[in-house]
Design a protein around this ligand. Sequence first.
Ligand SMILES: [Zn+2]
Length: 279
Amino acid sequence: MSKKKIHIISVLLGLAIISCNHTNQRPPTGSSGTVINTMAVKDSVVVKQVANTSAQVYAKPEVPVLCYHRISEGPKSEYRISPATFSAHMKMLSDSGYHSISPDQLYDYLVYNKTLPGKPVIIAFDDSRAEHFEIAAPVMEKYGFRGVFFIMTITYNKKNYMTTVQIAQLAKAGHTIGLHSWDHTMVIKYKEAADWPKQVTDPKKKLESIVGKSVEYWAYPNGVYDHKGAEELSKYFKLSFTLYSKRDSVVPLQTVRRMIVPECTSQGLLKSMHRTFGM
Ligand SMILES: [Zn+2]
């Protein structure tokens, strides 16, 4: 028997004994019994996983998160790049060996230390523009990438914005749908009790009914947050995303940093990613 095999069996036996301590059952003897018990133990280990503290989350290296807004011809700015530039950015990421990851994967990495694929990146979009469905999603899918689309729900079915059917199709194609408030009012302005259902909980429920699954991620309108708002959002979302600001050590899961991608060359984007996220 190889050393590796012996090691695996020792680990399995070790797990079986842990299980015994937890369940007060005698560990089974024999190889087949051990394996069955280990399966059960594996499940219980997953359930009993201990979440990282805020300090532990904050200490983990950041994953680059890109944020796009408009993708169309017209005057270029931080908030508008051309379709050709977007395609070039995706090709560069693919050629450079990047893997798009989902917010679920980022959460499991930050909170439970799950491993990520090499060169992970999140590709996010704010404001529910029609071109996110018409231009961005097909280009990403060509490279096997999946994105995160943060929806400002007042835009449903409006001219130049995504329809509810398109949003549902993105979710079905494996992209993640997140919430970006009802009408883009900043979180620091939610003063009345009624602002939370209006901007957060009611739009969240409606969006969930459209995509047929739970909506667990939030992007702050204008990237602006405060501690009170972040604490409240943590009741409804696993992660919340800012724009420029650095992660906040008190609420790191509710202040995941993104970078706005302006009109720039692919090499320029790569340099910015390295500079911003300390890769
Ligand atoms: Zn926005």
